[in-house]
Design a protein around this ligand. Structure first.
Ligand SMILES: [Zn+2]
Ligand SMILES: [Zn+2]
Ligand SMILES: [Zn+2]
Length: 262
């Protein structure tokens, strides 16, 4: 049983990306959502920056990482937490390069994810490093145990992404879960007392590896936070304005650039 220490509360969370793996609009699509002129319907790949205890923790580093950090310059991450190996969550790691000198950046992830990164980016993690590659320290965490980033306790939240075991994160009274399809009871018990949660909701119809809207709503009801924000949204979800109109009080669609404060 992990003791849920809620004294380290985030002071601010910035949603950097709220879209699914394709982003929204989808290249080549002319559906109503993809043609929307509402800036809230422009969704980069899912990622968030959590400010806590005077440091900034980046959750996921997808292919829009560079654009996202140019948009919020001069903010920069002090450490990175990864949920899983899919490209929409790790595709920006090479772009960390300018932020890894002179001090290396640490990436906290499951051992299988660290192994996959060493395999897919051998020039960054091998014994004979290519000159100028990003200086990244892979910190392998036990997904069943709380770990520290600086002085901040972070609780991994194991969930299933179809048949792939992945993790979300609880930091104080805030929780972030993306790409979940099923959440085991042991993880539900780690969510007691969560005030604010960000959780994935792909679209209205069921999908084999992601929560649909109704599955996300059932999960949110079970957690019962004060407020919930939906992320990893596809173009098959209604537009931001239409989705906002059908959600119950306390549940909101996330949007790129959304700042969540206590
Ligand atoms: Zn994803
Ligand atoms: Zn579309
Ligand atoms: Zn995924």
């Amino acid at each position: 049983m992990i003791h849920t220490d809620t004294s380290h509360k985030p002071s601010r969370i910035i949603i950097l990306g709220s879209g699914t793996s394709t982003g929204v609009p989808v290249i080549g699509c002319d559906c109503q959502v993809c043609r929307s002129t509402d800036p809230r319907d422009k969704r980069m790949r899912a990622s968030a920056l959590v400010e806590v205890d005077g440091q900034r923790l980046l959750i996921d580093c997808g292919p829009d990482f560079r654009r996202q950090f140019l948009d919020i310059a001069p903010l920069r991450p002090d450490a990175i937490l990864l949920t899983h190996i899919h490209y929409d969550h790790v595709g920006g790691i090479d772009d960390l390069r300018p932020l890894t000198f002179p001090d290396p950046l640490s990436i906290y992830c499951r051992p299988d994810l660290a192994e996959a990164l060493r395999r897919t980016m051998p020039y960054c993690f091998g014994s004979n490093l290519y000159p100028g590659v990003p200086q990244i320290r892979l910190v392998e965490i036990d997904p069943t145990r709380q770990f520290l980033v600086g002085s901040t306790p972070v609780i991994p939240l194991p969930v299933m992404h179809h048949d792939l075991p992945i993790i979300g994160f609880r930091i104080g009274n805030f929780a972030y879960i993306t790409d979940a399809k099923t959440v085991p009871p042991s993880t539900m018990s780690l969510l007691h007392g969560v005030d604010t949660i960000v959780v994935n909701a792909l679209r209205l119809t069921p999908h084999h590896s992601h929560f649909s809207l109704s599955e996300a709503m059932n999960f949110i009801s079970a957690v019962n936070p004060r407020r919930a924000f939906l992320t990893h949204i596809s173009h098959q979800m209604p537009s931001h304005a239409c989705l906002s109109a059908i959600l119950p009080p306390g549940v909101f669609p996330a949007a790129d650039g959304l700042v969540i404060t206590p």
